[in-house]
Design a protein around this ligand. Structure first.
Ligand SMILES: [Fe+2]
Ligand SMILES: [Fe+2]
Length: 362
């Protein structure tokens, strides 16, 4: 039990420097997590509680960096949950399809979620520049100095697994297979998903006066942070749908599996918002020898990303699903009536007028 753990120097709340090994350490578990026959990360305490992987030191470390930020009088940035686009199809629509034997669109949706999780491994390839040289103020004892020292690597392992241990990719596949009894996965899911992503243009550089590696890293972190925060909606959707006994063959096991993944995401959101807040509280050097407020950069990036995702994602999800929806509905007894009932459950959504990170926001 965590409560019984001895207080060690590692657990002091004001310790700000951690080794890579510590940030990647999971400690010992009483029982492993097995998902769909695959040994996954994380595991269970003696009392049966699930404990996320690589959090023995990473969790207290993040809390300590956040406390350090507060001690210096800086705020911890927060992504507004109101900006989170709803999942399409919504839970009621998805349950309706499954209840009528129309499984293909939901199998696709769940498979895409697992693919996206697996792509999280990319975070380990993000290049980290010499931050001490590019940031005016000192950065010792911050999350920023630990990005390449374990934080990105821990994140990558959580998402896609590590060595013979499964991660979120395998856990979502297991949840899907439990709830829908190992459904046949359409062969073109990955291809269609990749096609959609390839069509996206590479964004121009909003801050060309910055060191390019620094700008790319910050843009990637801001993008991943927003995706991680908005994933909360996907988890809620997954838990509600897969734990519905009317449509799920394993309501408890499948719902619980999604719950474990959701718990594991917490350190991702927390270290990213901490490190970005640390940049926001500092000044950055530009390539032409001037400086730029970190706040202008971080807010500028978040504003663009939030505006992009809130405006495009709902439309993209809709287009993706509807592409094969009518064809998939032929599996139902009365396809036309089903489509009508499906559309009647649609809940319109409009993104908020402001992101909260407008360049002029005070
Ligand atoms: Fe994940
Ligand atoms: Fe994550």
């Amino acid at each position: 039990m965590t409560a019984a753990a001895e207080p060690t120097p590692d657990r002091l709340p004001d310790r700000l420097s951690w080794t890579r090994e510590e940030l990647l350490d999971s400690g010992a578990y009483a029982a492993p997590l097995i998902a769909g026959g695959v040994r996954c990360h994380g595991g269970f305490e003696a009392d049966g509680r699930y404990r996320s992987p690589r959090t023995t030191h990473r969790a207290p470390a993040i809390r300590a960096w956040q406390a350090g930020l507060a001690r210096e009088g800086h705020e911890l940035l927060d992504i507004p949950r109101a900006a989170m686009p709803p999942q399409y199809p919504n839970v009621e629509q998805a349950a309706l399809l499954l209840a009528h034997g129309v499984r293909d669109p939901i199998v696709r949706t769940l498979t895409i979620i697992s693919i996206v999780e697996g792509f999280g491994a990319m975070i380990r390839d993000v290049r980290v520049p010499d931050l001490a040289a590019l940031v005016v103020e000192p950065i010792e004892g911050t999350a920023l100095t630990h990005l390449s020292g374990g934080l990105f690597e821990a994140h990558a392992r959580d998402e896609s697994g590590y060595k013979d241990e499964g991660g979120h990719k395998q856990m979502w596949e297991a949840a899907r297979d439990l709830a829908l009894e190992k459904p046949k996965v359409p062969g073109d899911v990955l291809m269609r998903f990749m096609g959609r992503n390839a069509a996206r243009r590479r964004p121009e550089r909003p801050f060309p006066q910055l060191d390019e590696t620094l700008e790319r890293m910050l843009a990637m972190m801001a993008q991943v942070l927003v995706v991680e925060v908005f994933a909360e909606g996907t988890f809620d959707w997954g838990m509600r749908l897969l734990s519905d006994p009317k449509v799920s063959a394993a309501p408890e096991a499948a719902g619980t599996m999604v719950g474990h993944i959701r718990a594991d995401e917490n350190p991702h959101v927390e270290y990213l918002r901490t490190a970005l807040s640390e940049v926001r509280a500092r000044t950055l050097r530009t390539v032409d020898g001037r400086t730029l407020a970190g706040r202008a950069v971080v807010d500028g990036l978040l504003h663009r990303i939030l505006r992009e995702i809130t405006h495009n994602r709902p439309r993209e999800q809709r287009e993706d699903l509807r592409e094969g929806l009518v064809a998939a509905m032929q599996a139902a007894a009365k396809p036309a009536a089903l489509l009508e009932a499906f559309d009647a459950l649609d809940a319109p959504w409009t993104p908020p007028a402001r992101t909260g990170f407008e360049p002029d926001a005070s």
